[in-house]
Design a protein around this ligand. Structure first.
Ligand code: GLC
Ligand code: CA
Length: 534
C-alpha cells in the first residue's frame, strides 16, 4: 500500500463548522454551549464528518460573537468551562475526529488585558501592542461601518480597528506581539488540537505607505514565523485570506511552511460592494469560478477548500431561491456539485438538512453588529420596508440562527428549553433535522451517502479534475484516479437534455427517484444530480 504524505492525508478530512452559540443549548439558558456540542457528537458521526472547526469559544464580551477575544487561554462563561473543553476534545478523539480551533490573530477585544493596559499611557509596556496614531492615518473604514480609527482619551491618540470599535488591531510589527501569539498557538497545540482556522489572517501585515490594509510586506514572514515551527507545521492550518493567484501560491506552496490551505471566497461572493443589496445568484458563474480554481490548484499542487456556507454569509441555498417543491433537489445538487470536487470539504451547521435564511420584520430580531450598524446607517435613507428586505437578505444572522433539531416549537425546535439568544429561523417548522430525516426526500440522507462515497472513492479523494460541461445551465465533470472514473452531472434550474461524455458507469448517487430506474436518461430535471462510477 502506498504511504500517504501528511498533505495527502488532509484530503481525507471532512470538516463540519460549529458556531457554538447556536448549535445546541445543554442547560436551558438559551445559549448553545460546549456540553451541548458533546451531546450532539453522535449527530456528526452519523452524518459522516471526521473533523470539526469550532468558531471562537474563548473569553469574550461578544461584541462580535467571540471574534473579540479577551482571553485566548480560557473558555467563554456562556459556553462552559475549560473542563468542558477537555471533555469535548476527548470525546472527539474517541470518535476519531479532528478538532481545529478558530485563531483570531488580527485583533483582540478592547477588554483584553493588553489593550486595557495599552490605552492607559503612551509609555505603558503594552502600548506598542496596538496600532496608534496622533491623527487617523488614512480614511480606512471599519468593515462594520464608520471610521477604522477610534479616539482614546488617556493617550490623546487614535487606535486602529479594522472591525468593531471593540476589536483593536494588534501591532504585528512588534516582536513581543508575535511572541505572544506563538505562545497562544503553543498552548493549544500542547492540548492536542489538530490545527487552526485563522481569522482574517491576511490583515496581520498592513502597508500604510501604499494604503493597503491587508497582504502587507511582512505577511509571509509573520505566518512562517508562527506556523513554520517544528511541531506546528504538521498541523492543519487554514487561513481566511483574500488571496489572488499569486498570493495563494505564496501562502500555500508546499515547501513554504506557511499554510495548509486558505478559504477563498471568489465562488460565493457575487454581490456588489453592498452585500445587503439583493441580487440573483448565478450558478454558471459559480461553476466557472470553481473550474478555474480546480485547474489552478491542480497545476500548482495546492490544497483547496470546498464550501458554500459559513457564519458570515446568507445560506447559498437561499440565494439560489429554488421553488419550494425543489428545495431538496437544489440543496442536494449543490452539495454534490461542491463536495465531489478536489479539496477539503467544509460543511456549515444546518446545511445538512437544507437550512435557509429567515425573514423578520423587526430589527429587534437581529443581533449581528454588522447588520445593526448597517440598519442604523441607512435608517434615515431608506423606507423601512426596503431596509428590512436588505437586512434579511444579507444579514450574517441568517446562518447564525439556532439549529432547528426537532419539529417542536414549544421547546424551540429542540435547541433550548429557555429563550434562545437569537430568534429561531422563521421557517423552523418546515426546515428542521427531524422532519428532514423522516421525509422521503431527505437532505441529510443524501449528505450521508455523499460523504460515505467520498470516503471510499480514491478518484474523489485525490483524482484529477476535468471539466466537461458543454453548455450553460449545467456542470459536468470527471474525477479520475488510476482505473477509477467518477462522472458528476449537475443540472441547474431548467430541465434539459445533456449529452453525457461517458457511458456505462454505475449510478452511485442521484436526487431523483426516476433516475434510479433509468440511469442514462439524457433528460435532466431541474436541479438534478447524477453521479456515475466506472
Ligand atoms: C472574520 C470572521 C467574522 C468576524 C471577522 C472579524 O471574517 O469570520 O465573523 O466578524 O473576521 O473577526
Ligand atoms: Ca447554554
Amino acid at each position: 500500500m502506498k504511504l500517504l504524505s501528511q498533505r495527502e492525508r488532509f484530503l481525507d478530512y471532512i470538516f463540519y463548522q460549529i458556531y457554538p452559540r447556536s448549535f445546541y443549548d445543554s442547560n436551558g439558558d438559551g445559549i448553545g454551549d460546549l456540553q451541548g456540542i458533546i451531546q450532539k457528537l453522535d449527530h456528526l458521526q452519523d452524518l459522516g464528518v471526521n473533523a470539526v472547526w469550532l468558531s471562537p469559544c474563548y473569553k469574550s464580551p461578544n461584541f462580535d460573537n467571540g471574534y473579540d477575544i479577551s482571553n485566548y487561554r480560557d473558555i467563554m462563561d456562556d459556553f462552559g468551562t475549560f473542563a468542558d473543553w477537555l471533555v469535548l476534545k476527548k470525546e472527539l478523539n474517541r470518535r476519531g475526529m479532528k478538532l481545529i480551533m478558530d485563531f483570531v490573530a488580527n485583533h483582540t477585544s478592547t477588554e483584553h488585558f493588553w489593550f486595557q493596559e495599552a490605552r492607559k499611557s503612551r509609555d505603558n509596556p503594552y502600548h506598542d501592542y496596538y496600532i496608534w496614531a496622533e491623527k487617523p492615518l488614512n480614511s480606512w473604514q471599519s468593515t462594520f461601518g464608520g471610521s477604522a480609527w477610534e479616539y482614546n482619551e488617556p493617550t490623546n491618540e487614535y487606535y486602529l480597528h479594522s472591525f468593531a470599535i471593540e476589536q483593536a488591531d494588534l501591532n504585528w510589527e512588534n516582536p513581543k506581539v508575535r511572541k505572544e501569539m506563538q505562545e497562544i498557538i503553543d498552548f493549544w497545540v500542547k492540548l492536542g488540537v489538530d490545527g487552526f482556522r485563522c481569522d482574517v489572517l491576511d490583515h496581520i501585515s498592513k502597508d500604510f505607505d501604499n494604503n493597503k490594509r491587508y497582504d502587507g510586506p511582512h505577511l509571509h514572514e509573520y505566518i512562517r514565523e508562527l506556523f513554520g515551527r517544528d511541531g506546528v507545521n504538521r498541523l492543519f492550518i487554514v487561513g481566511e485570506c483574500q488571496a489572488g493567484e499569486e498570493s495563494i501560491c505564496a501562502l500555500c506552496g508546499q515547501e513554504r511552511k506557511e499554510l495548509t490551505t486558505i478559504f477563498q471566497f471568489d465562488h460565493v461572493r457575487q454581490h456588489s460592494d453592498d452585500k445587503f443589496l439583493p441580487f440573483a445568484f448565478d450558478l454558471n458563474l459559480l461553476r466557472d469560478t470553481l473550474v478555474k480554481w480546480q485547474y489552478f490548484t491542480a497545476k500548482n499542487d495546492l490544497l483547496y477548500t470546498l464550501f458554500t456556507d459559513n457564519h458570515d454569509q446568507p445560506f447559498l441555498l437561499s440565494l439560489i431561491q429554488p421553488p419550494e417543491n425543489l428545495r431538496y433537489e437544489c440543496a442536494t445538487m449543490l452539495a454534490g456539485l461542491v463536495y465531489l470536487l478536489k479539496g477539503i470539504p467544509f460543511i456549515y451547521q444546518g446545511q445538512e438538512f437544507g437550512s435557509e435564511n429567515s425573514y423578520f420584520d423587526d430589527i429587534e430580531d437581529f443581533n449581528d453588529i454588522e447588520t445593526l450598524n448597517y440598519y442604523r446607517a441607512n435608517q434615515d435613507k431608506l423606507a423601512q420596508k426596503s431596509l428590512m428586505e436588505r437586512v434579511n437578505f444579507g444579514s450574517r444572522d441568517n446562518p447564525r440562527r439556532p439549529m432547528a433539531w426537532t419539529a417542536h416549537k414549544a421547546d424551540n425546535f429542540g435547541f433550548s428549553t429557555g429563550k434562545p439568544w437569537l430568534a429561531m429561523p422563521t421557517n423552523a417548522e418546515k426546515i428542521n433535522l427531524i422532519r428532514d430525516k423522516n421525509a422521503e426526500k431527505s437532505v441529510f440522507r443524501f449528505y450521508q451517502k455523499l460523504l460515505s462515497f467520498r470516503k471510499e472513492s480514491d478518484a474523489i479523494r485525490n483524482g484529477e479534475f476535468c471539466d466537461l460541461t458543454g453548455n450553460d445551465g449545467a456542470f459536468i465533470y470527471t474525477r479520475k484516479q488510476m482505473g477509477e472514473t467518477v462522472l458528476v452531472v449537475c443540472n441547474f434550474e431548467k430541465a434539459q437534455t445533456l449529452s453525457l461524455p461517458i457511458q456505462g458507469g454505475k449510478l452511485v448517487l442521484c436526487n431523483y427517484a426516476t433516475r434510479e430506474k433509468d440511469a442514462y436518461n439524457p433528460t435532466f430535471a431541474p436541479f438534478e444530480i447524477a453521479v456515475y462510477r466506472k
